[in-house]
Design a protein around this ligand. Structure first.
Ligand code: AMP
Length: 210
């Protein structure tokens, strides 16, 4: 399975990518997670990316393309992958093609902006291991504590309301055109986001013929 997950920030791409990765035994590759780790470790890439991420802007293509190139060359990508949050621009999609990284299906999770804004307020993340939770849809067993590593959960800085609005604007301008890009190649599938993680997984699996 060589899959790209598309959708607005907060559509549930990361959560569904995690589920599909376990189900299919294919690595989930998330540029957001890679960048957050780089910021935390204060690497040169992290230092460059931080201001863009905090403002809800896209990190420049050249930085992302470098990260993608390195990650997609790892041996675990040989037989399949689930790409979460990349490509995010036409230039990134073209760079994947030019690098010989095959995409079989681009699956877009469709959701309204209003729903996104109400959802993002409940999103929580583990700053230690990157696991994600939601106060309503996917609460951790112990309030405010990561079920995987025991660290205290936090709110992502870019989940603040004003930043969310900017991220939605950026999504519509820069990332949504990828639907046409993949539709023109006969690779686009679309599903409506459902209320509930399991319900959304179900429609995704149907759309993918799993
Ligand atoms: P995410 O966790 O996928 O929502 O990504 C968080 C932030 O990281 C985004 O708002 C961007 O600033 C940055 N980012 C992640 N992936 C990309 C990408 N493929 N291209 C540009 N910026 C990205």
């Amino acid at each position: 399975m060589k899959l790209v997950l598309l959708g607005a920030p907060g559509a549930g791409k990361g959560t569904q990518a995690q589920i599909l990765s376990e189900k299919l035994g294919a690595p989930m590759i998330s540029t957001g997670n890679i960048l957050r780790a780089a910021v935390k470790n204060e690497t040169p890439v992290g230092l460059r990316a931080k201001a863009y991420m905090d403002a809800g802007e896209l990190v420049p293509d050249e930085v992302i393309i470098g990260i993608m190139r390195e990650r997609m060359a790892e041996p675990d990508c040989k037989n399949g992958y689930i790409l979460d949050g990349m490509p995010r621009t036409i230039a990134q999609a073209e760079a994947l093609e030019a690098g010989g990284v095959e995409v079989e299906t681009a699956l877009s999770i469709e959701i309204s902006d209003e729903e996104i804004i109400s959802r993002m307020s409940g999103r929580r993340i583990c700053p230690e291991c990157g696991a994600t939770y939601h106060t309503v849809y996917e609460p951790p067993e112990k309030d405010g504590i990561c079920g995987k590593c025991g660290h205290a959960l936090t709110i992502r800085r870019d989940d603040e309301p004003e930043t969310v609005k900017n991220r939605l604007r950026v999504y519509h301008a820069e990332t949504e055109p990828l639907k046409d890009f993949y539709a023109a190649r006969g690779k686009l599938r679309m599903v409506d986001n459902r209320n509930g993680i399991a319900e959304t997984t179900k429609v995704i699996c149907e759309a993918l013929g799993l």
